[in-house]
Design a protein. Structure first.
Length: 148
């Protein structure tokens, strides 16, 4: 039997590594990994500044990489691990890719999808949150403290 807590923490730590890569590029430090059948098939981190593209969020990068990996646009057997609650754009994109599950670290009370409408997700998408929340929150908080 799989220990879900250890599994969630393992994959969230991988997403945190992606967030650190974003921070090193002076991007908002959000990271994501997509897991299928217990294996990471895609990684992403924010690239909005690097690409001069407001839509280049970690989740969007990971969705594209995962779809390319599996050779199809639907990710219904996949789990997205992301350090920050997805924004409405990324939540809506998860609907279009029919994502199986979203696991996020910390909430985003200003721009998270739940501030707008929780029904942006595909009806079958499962959501869990709070995995390594303190670490996920700290990386964002520290980034913005340095900016001010």
């Amino acid at each position: 039997m799989i220990d879900l807590v250890k599994t969630d923490e393992h994959f969230m730590r991988e997403a945190l590594q992606e967030a650190k890569k974003a921070g090193e590029r002076d991007e908002v430090p959000v990271g994501a990994v997509i897991v299928s059948h217990g294996r990471i098939i895609a990684r992403g981190h924010n690239l909005a500044e690097t690409l001069n593209d407001a839509t280049a969020h970690a989740e969007m990068q990971a969705f594209t990489a995962a779809a390319n990996h599996i050779g199809g646009k639907y990710l219904n057997d996949c789990t997205l691990y992301v350090t920050l609650e997805p924004c409405p754009m990324c939540a809506a994109a998860s609907l279009w890719v029919q994502l199986g599950e979203i696991v996020y670290g910390t909430s985003d009370p200003k721009r998270g999808y739940t501030t707008l409408h929780a029904n942006l997700l595909h009806p079958k998408t499962k959501v869990r949150s709070g995995i390594l929340a303190a670490e996920c929150s700290e990386i964002i908080t520290s980034f913005f403290k340095k900016k001010r």
